[in-house]
Design a protein around this ligand. Structure first.
Ligand code: ZN
Length: 212
């Protein structure tokens, strides 16, 4: 086939891009006993991005590789860091435990995986799994906002009687839709998107009904 070589090249690149961003879960941490925490389906020990943009020092068009959030080279034109990558202060998280009703919603300045490790060591039966995280520079204030929105269904301190997707939707709305959640399970993410789309369509239908 003519042009076959080029097509193969494109396919390989696409496959590579997908495989570096999307991996499967759960994976037992350390491979022992099958009791490890599920890892993020977006978490990967070696996520590579190619950044194509303009150096903020010299305005030269450049291409640099970013590996796990670190810029792998200075600007080839001026030898300065071409831009800044800034860590976010914390997260508001939604986690669930198949042995418990509802979800836990809280905040941490560490990773959700660290938080889950601590939750799983408190003697509660079953293992917590991450549902969604909301990156934020104001974890305390944003956690308060989210808790307030869930108040009616509070079971205990940070424990609320919501299904995981419903909890993620409430948190998203409580934060005025300004923070996009990061999900840990493709099906939860897909359901979240469908529910948002459904709400949008229902709103449009309601508006149309009023116009007539
Ligand atoms: Zn430069």
């Amino acid at each position: 086939m003519s042009g076959g070589g080029g097509l193969v090249g494109v396919t390989v690149r696409l496959w590579y891009a997908l495989s570096t961003v999307t991996t499967t879960w759960p994976t037992p941490a350390g491979g022992g006993e099958g009791r490890g925490e599920p890892i993020s389906y977006k978490e990967n020990t070696s996520v590579l991005y190619e950044f194509n943009g303009v150096c903020h020092h010299c305005a030269e068009a450049i291409t640099v590789i970013i590996h796990n959030g670190e810029i792998m080279a200075d600007c080839p034109a001026c030898n300065e860091a071409p831009f800044h990558i800034r860590p976010i202060a914390g997260i508001v998280y939604v986690v669930s435990n198949p042995n418990q009703t509802g979800v836990k919603v809280g905040r941490t300045t560490k990773t959700v995986e660290d938080r889950i490790k601590r939750l799983n060591s408190t003697g509660v039966p079953g293992s917590f799994v991450p549902i969604a995280i909301f990156p934020t520079d104001k974890p305390l204030a944003d956690e308060k906002r989210v808790h307030k929105k869930m108040e009616a269904k509070r079971i205990a301190k940070e424990h609320f009687d919501f299904e995981p997707v419903e909890a993620a939707l409430r948190a998203y709305r409580a934060l005025n839709r300004r923070i996009k959640p990061i999900f840990f399970d493709q099906s939860v993410e897909d359901t979240f998107r469908l529910r948002l789309e459904e709400a949008r369509i229902q709103m449009q239908l309601r508006l149309k009904g009023k116009v007539k």
